[in-house]
Design a protein around this ligand. Structure first.
Ligand code: F6P
Length: 549
């Protein structure tokens, strides 16, 4: 591999540094808006149903031009094209990165190792659709002939967060007569709470695991099987009617005892955190139906095509990625808040945490050299109005730079009526008010003009200039969800490309897994585990003592 020039030595990087310490040393959004009457209209990018307003960011035309030069110098679009072509850009695992193929139309041709993968994708989607329809219609029955009324997804990480988030987002589109639960934690309490009020005869377990070796998932699935068999008189044949698997690993699925006919396949070129639009979305598809699921895939595809073809200056994921680079690498921002003004998006930020932090939480470059620039941010946030009464104080008046995305919709979901529907304007008024307050603050003179005593003035002053990006759409539909997720997927891609890291591996989670396996016998049987450090050994001893009391 040829050596990539060091990022921070590139002239495009040093020009950005000079720009930051020169004209943008003390960026002031009041001044920037005053100097540029067209800013609110110009700093908007549209993709699909999304209107993305980035006018409240600490940038000028010059900043944006310099950031674009950095993107060009680091060949973000070159890597993008390689990804779309199916090249093995996941270098440490020697894998293609083709989640975009999961939402490609039937007639598309995307090759991995000379094979067009699109027909395989659609064959699995068709199989999923048929199965989802059978469960939804009651044609697929449990072992005792009763129809399935409960679906329990067992998975973790990408095999949980995506389906669980999307189920929550699309609740108004779900079949309300079915109950859906998502179990991920190896804490037995998770499965216990999920099944305690369910009838095994009416319960379908969807075991989601790309590798089918993940200890949490296999442990929970094994316990779920015991629960099922205990409830159905112990007949092993029941498993075939109550368990399906979503995996890339047919061998392990069969070993577990799930009929390979009941397995829905995907492939190693789909990363776990990029997988809920693959077979991993089966429980979601059962919930919303195949048609809505395909609408969601079409939404993803709209943004894929935009990312692939839109010119740099109008390319939404590129712009969002560059803004993140600007704050992380030139303002020292450590985190990025995603603040949805929608109850249905309550799990969206948790989903993005894996997408962003597992992808870009890296400190070596693609060729193994260390980075000496910041990489991925800490992504955090909860629905906006709740956050306003909890942590927004720190965003407004604390000492940290926290760029934030505010996400909202013009219309509440159709299901709401009367007063609940009317509450929507109040919800959105909060979004707009927060964007305004964060950007423009309140000066000491404005506070004084309200007659506030002088000693109180500093406490009631808001310095403003907290950057936000506002993402608006008409309503939260399956397509819009797909668009939002693809937008963030590609934003993360852009940043990884510029930082020159492999956004598609996750070696950082391995060590903990190995150590947990090693420590477990010490907790369970009191086994002597050689090589425990003194602190952990003392904790293990304390645990065992407490356990016995
Ligand atoms: O531990 C990290 C991870 O590998 C994630 O990347 C993945 O989404 C999750 O575990 C679950 O993996 P699997 O789907 O193979 O069970």
């Amino acid at each position: 591999m040829s050596e990539t020039p060091k990022l921070t030595r590139r002239p495009e990087w040093t020009e950005l540094e000079d720009h930051r310490s020169g004209p943008l040393l003390h960026p002031d959004l009041r001044e920037l808006f005053a100097a540029d009457p067209g800013r609110a209209q110009r700093y908007v990018v549209r993709v699909g149903d999304l209107r993305i307003d980035y006018s409240k960011n600490l940038v000028t035309d010059e900043t944006l031009a310099l950031l674009q030069e950095l993107a060009a110098a680091t060949d973000v679009f070159g890597l993008r094209d390689a990804m779309f072509r199916g090249e093995k850009i996941n270098v440490t695992e020697d894998r293609a990165v083709l989640h975009t193929a999961l939402r490609a139309p039937r007639d598309a041709v995307i090759e991995v190792d000379g094979e067009n993968v699109v027909p395989k994708v659609h064959a699995v989607l068709d199989k999923m659709s048929e199965f989802a329809n059978r469960v939804r219609s009651g044609e697929w029955t449990g072992h005792t002939g009763r129809r399935i009324r409960n679906v329990v997804n067992i998975g973790i990480g990408g095999s949980d967060l995506g389906p669980a988030m999307a189920y929550e987002v699309l609740r108004p589109f779900t079949e309300r007569s079915l109950t859906f639960r998502f179990v991920s934690n190896v804490d037995g309490a998770d499965l216990h709470e999920a099944v305690r009020d369910l009838d095994p005869a009416e319960t379908l377990f969807v075991v989601a695991s790309k590798t089918f070796t993940t200890i949490e998932t296999i442990t929970n699935a094994t316990s779920a099987r015991s629960w099922l068999l205990a409830g159905l008189g112990g007949d092993d044949k029941a498993v075939a009617r109550h368990f399906v698997a979503l995996s890339t690993n047919a061998e392990k699925v069969t070993e577990f005892g799930i009929d390979p006919d009941n397995m829905f396949e995907f492939w190693d070129w789909v990363g776990g955190r990029y997988s809920y639009d693959s077979a991993i979305g089966l429980s979601l598809m059962i919930a919303i139906g195949p048609e809505r699921f395909r609408e969601m895939l079409d939404g993803f595809h709209i943004v894929d095509e935009h990312f692939r073809t839109a010119p740099a200056e109008a390319n939404a994921p590129l712009i969002l990625g560059l803004l993140g680079i600007w704050y992380g690498n030139f303002f020292g921002a450590q985190s990025h808040a995603v603040l949805p003004y929608s109850h249905y998006l309550s799990k969206f930020t948790a989903y993005l945490q894996q997408l962003d932090m597992e992808s870009n939480g890296k400190s070596v470059q693609r060729d193994g050299r260390p980075v000496d620039w910041q990489t991925g941010p800490v992504v955090w946030g909860t629905p906006g109005t709740n956050g306003q009464h909890a942590y927004y104080q720190l965003i407004h008046q604390g000492t940290k730079v926290i760029p934030a995305d505010l996400i909202g919709f013009a219309r509440p979901v159709d299901e709401l009526s009367g007063e609940l529907k009317a509450q929507h304007d109040l919800l959105m008024a909060n979004l707009f008010a927060q964007g305004q307050a964060l950007a423009f603050g309140k000066t000491a003179d404005e506070v004084r003009a309200e007659g506030v005593a002088e000693e109180q003035v500093p406490h009631r002053t808001f310095r403003g200039n907290h950057p936000t990006t506002t993402i608006l759409a008409r309503e939260l539909t399956p397509s819009v969800l797909g668009q939002l997720v693809a937008l963030y997927e590609h934003k993360v891609f852009v940043q990884g490309a510029i930082w020159n890291i492999d956004s598609f591996d996750q070696w950082g989670v391995e060590l903990g897994k190995v150590l947990a396996k090693r420590v477990e016998p010490a907790l369970t049987d009191g086994a002597d585990v050689p090589g425990l450090d003194p602190s952990t050994a003392a904790l293990v001893a304390a645990y065992r003592e407490l356990k016995e009391v």
